[in-house]
Ligand binder design. Structure first.
Ligand SMILES: C[S@@+](CC[C@H](N)C(=O)[O-])C[C@H]1O[C@@H](n2cnc3c(N)ncnc32)[C@H](O)[C@@H]1O
Length: 401
């Protein structure tokens, strides 16, 4: 169904708000750091002198510089945003460079797996200049910087090895009978693709792979890294300068991360890799595009830290089941951190425990195998004094009926 004019306007408004957030990062972050500076002057003189002796002010100056570097990087991401704007008809978005195919999005509700996961909504405002990004917006932008570490840095390798490797291994093992040069015949979908690394890696293994994502933060950023990055370690960011909590030393706050660790254009000739923008339920849950039928068309679906983004997990499962070919597999890895639990927007949220989820899967026609728990982190600062470890659940579910 074609989007109506309100949908298109809402889409453009949200997109414009996200761009505003990118542009306001510098002002907002410098001001947050300046608050620390001002707080020093509220202290008695002798306390100020003691802090001086520690080099605390110099640390604040170094953080300012790092923020400016981040701001420069973020500005590059949103430099050519015209590429992403929908046309007057509200048609699918334009700019389809090789390997990176974007369709329109109609909402943005990205989440980070952090302990302070919050729910919130975007403020109102029609055009970029009028919109004042909220703390919630900046929180998402800061999470995006950390997501770059997870997906596209060598520092993120430990995390990727614990999450993406088991998924890829299970995929390759299941299709071990298919020679690598014939893998392109197998269609793999990665919903909730984030910054696209898992989908990229799957394509690199030779499978035809499509990622799907609906967050503008993620889409803009993955577009940038996948299509506009020409050199390994081309960009430097400082993802950990925004919080001084649980820092064992300055280095943990001021560590520079270089991205990318691999060249995104370095896919073998003839690779089939795309990222589709939009809501998973809308794109894959309806047969809206006759050019691209979904039912029974996917050989494998890989979900990593995704299924708990569902408001209605029954519908996620139904869609996954529906679009898989008979005998196709759904490989999952992730926790059950229900993203919509306790939301303040009156959205429904069905929050099953793992046992209920597995019973539901069986009822829907899946056979579960290769089940295990995997200890893993999500956008973790390895140098922090605080680290959350998920006992993520992994399985392969085969569509049997
Ligand atoms: C926790 S992140 C995981 C990202 C990535 N899979 C990873 O492991 O790094 C969940 C992702 O799913 C995306 N997402 C959530 N609901 C979605 C939906 N209905 N359709 C498409 N993407 C969605 C979010 O924007 C976010 O990028």
């Amino acid at each position: 169904m074609a989007p109506n004019i309100e949908d298109i306007e809402e889409e453009q408004r949200q997109f414009s708000n996200v761009i505003s957030t990118f542009h306001n990062y510098e002002r907002y972050s410098l001001s947050a750091n300046n608050r620390r500076r001002k707080d020093i002057y509220t202290l008695p003189r002798r306390d100020q002198e003691l802090l001086d002796g520690l080099g605390y002010k110099q640390k604040l100056d170094a953080v300012d510089k790092a923020i400016l570097v981040n701001a420069e990087f973020l500005a590059q991401i949103v430099e050519d945003t015209d590429l992403f704007q929908g046309d007057d008809q509200g048609e699918e978005q334009i700019q389809i460079p090789p390997h990176h195919d974007t369709h329109s999005t109609n909402q943005d509700r990205s989440h980070s797996y952090s302990h302070d996961l919050k729910h919130g909504s975007h403020g109102k405002g029609n055009i970029q200049k009028k919109y004042k990004p909220t703390d919630f917006d900046f929180d998402k932008l800061r999470s995006t910087l950390k997501q770059f570490v997870r997906d596209w840095s060598s520092e993120g390798k430990i995390e990727r090895d614990s999450c993406y490797e088991p998924l890829k291994e299970a995929l390759v093992a299941h299709y071990a009978h298919v020679p690598p040069e014939e893998r392109h015949q197998l269609r793999v979908l990665v919903p909730g693709a984030g910054l696209g690394r898992l989908a990229f890696d799957v394509a690199k293994l030779g499978f035809s792979c499509q990622g799907n994502e609906f967050s503008h933060y993620m889409l803009l950023s993955s577009f940038f890294v996948l299509n506009k990055t020409t050199e390994i370690k081309k960009h430097t960011i400082y993802p950990y300068v925004h919080s001084f909590s649980n820092a064992p030393n300055q280095q943990s706050i001021l560590q520079a991360i270089s991205i990318p660790d691999v060249l995104p254009s370095d896919l073998p000739e003839g690779s089939n890799f795309s990222l589709v923008a939009g809501d998973f339920e809308e794109i894959y849950g309806t047969e809206s595009d006759p050019q691209e039928p979904q039912h029974g068309k996917w050989d494998a679906i890989l979900t990593c830290f995704f299924i708990d983004t569902a408001k209605n997990i029954v519908n996620y499962l139904r869609i996954i089941h529906q679009i898989l070919a008979l005998g196709g597999i759904w490989i999952n890895l992730g926790p059950l951190l229900w993203h919509w639990e306790n939301n303040n927007t009156n959205d429904p949220s069905i929050e099953l425990d793992m046992q209920e989820l597995k019973t539901l899967m069986t009822k829907m026609g899946f056979e579960i195998s290769n089940e295990r728990a995997i200890d893993t982190t999500y956008t973790n600062n390895a140098q922090s004094m605080l680290g959350y470890v998920y006992k993520a659940s992994m399985w392969t579910a085969t569509k049997k009926s």
